[in-house]
Design a protein around this ligand. Structure first.
Ligand code: NAP
Ligand code: GDD
Length: 347
């Protein structure tokens, strides 16, 4: 039985990947950091059934990583742990670098120090944020990087150190350059989930309105459940390589907002420009969406659009499985039920 170790197992992707690997017959282990509150809600089902083993550890703590990797001796490590919020990286730039840049080096070194370099494969969660201040679209594996936030700069180090260890030591280490992927398990501070939660709560009379930042920002949004399958495929190849994972279709934050409200039975009518733009309920005229400075970033990435040709042709991965519109529907079905439960609990 193959053994996998997932860092970031409590996160969105970690939880889907754990389920996928268990379905494929792996023994699954996860690294989890200590917190004063429970952070295992996404994997509680798996824990209850005793299907995953958790180990205390932290990407900022080499000795914990050496201990865990030495104990588990995994065939595959998926390094998904990160301070993953781009906006927060401007406020906690040094910590973001510790986790998202040096943390990757710590994993690679732990594997090397333990003498597992020849038998343990490593997946690194790289990101479309590396393209940052883009000059060409769509972006593929040949597109130059221009990271545009402390998060992206840290992730760029992670990308290059993985390539370096692959070439210097012949390690099987790959970068998945994943474009945005969302789900009903997405953290509520990311824009899609913030929108689906708000649209559901507004439709159920639990929230007055939604405040957003840049409505014109463009993203290539896919479904997280589909993307973890591509991570696994990259790790099963004869040779290590880096791949873009995306749907190949781009939408704006405004598009996603329209769809979410539509799913809640509300049609939005937009008026005004820039910071003055507002979304009104087309039936009642009530203002439901407005723009707030608080959600703008010092530098924002506004034009992400991936070209998944390499993943499609070499890995046989299907980028068309779930469209962004379908993704929004899935998230809204989940969040409408949450809102209804919240309403009933308060009634
Ligand atoms: P997420 O939901 O924010 O999960 C991040 C995970 O990392 C959580 O389990 C978190 O633990 C853990 N973590 C954070 N700091 C840590 C530390 N110092 N030591 C150990 N664990 C730590 O992120 P995600 O959306 O699943 O993304 C997974 C990975 O893919 C991240 O590296 C992200 O940067 C990258 N990525 C994501 C996307 C996307 O659109 N989702 C796209 C490209 C790349 P807690 O539960 O304790 O917070
Ligand atoms: N979070 C947030 N909140 N973003 C907003 C808001 C808001 O209220 N209003 C507009 N936006 C814009 C952001 O400025 C950004 O341009 C876009 O919506 C997407 O923001 P996020 O959902 O926070 O995601 P992200 O693209 O910055 O980062 C995510 O995707 C990356 C891959 O490209 C994260 O998952 C990263 O970890 C990942 O690497």
């Amino acid at each position: 039985m193959k053994k996998a170790l997932i860092t970031g197992i409590t996160g969105q992707d970690g939880s889907y990947l754990a389920e996928l690997l268990l379905d494929k017959g792996y023994e699954v282990h996860g690294v989890m950091r200590r917190s004063s509150v429970r952070t295992t809600s996404r994997i509680d089902g798996l824990l209850k059934e005793g299907r995953v083993t958790l180990h205390n550890g932290d990407l900022t703590d080499s000795s914990s990583l050496i201990r865990v990797i030495g104990e588990v001796r995994p065939d595959e490590i998926y390094n998904l742990a990160a301070q993953s919020h781009v906006g927060v990286s401007f406020d906690a730039a040094e910590y973001t670098s510790e986790v998202d840049a040096v943390g990757v080096l710590r994993i690679l070194e732990a594997v090397r120090i333990l003498g597992l370099g020849a038998c343990c494969r490593i997946y690194q969660a790289s990101t479309s944020e590396l393209y940052g201040k883009v000059v060409t679209a769509p972006q593929n594996e040949e597109t130059p990087f221009h990271p545009y936030s402390p998060y992206a700069v840290a992730k760029q180090y992670g990308f290059w150190i993985v390539k370096e260890y692959r070439e210097a030591y012949g390690m099987f280490a790959v970068n998945g350059i994943l474009f945005n992927h969302e789900s009903e398990r997405r953290g509520s501070e990311f824009v899609t989930r913030k929108i689906t939660l708000a649209a559901s709560r507004i439709a159920n009379g639990l929230q007055d309105h939604l405040e957003l930042g840049n409505l014109d920002s463009l993203r290539d949004w896919g479904y997280a459940k589909d993307y973890v399958e591509c991570m696994w495929l990259m790790m099963q190849q004869a040779e290590p390589d880096d791949y873009v994972v995306a749907t190949g279709v781009q939408h704006s934050v405004r598009d996603f907002t329209n769809w979410a409200f539509e799913e809640a039975g509300i049609s939005l009518k937009w008026e005004g420009m820039g910071a003055e733009e507002k979304g009104f309920d087309a039936c009642t005229g009530k203002m439901l969406v407005c723009v707030s400075d608080a959600f703008y970033r010092p530098t924002d990435v506004v034009n992400l659009w991936g070209d998944p040709t390499k993943a499609r042709t070499r890995l046989g991965w299907d980028p068309d499985k779930t469209s962004c519109r379908e993704l929004c529907k899935i998230m809204m079905a989940h969040d409408m039920e949450l809102a209804r439960n919240e309403k009933n609990a308060g009634a």
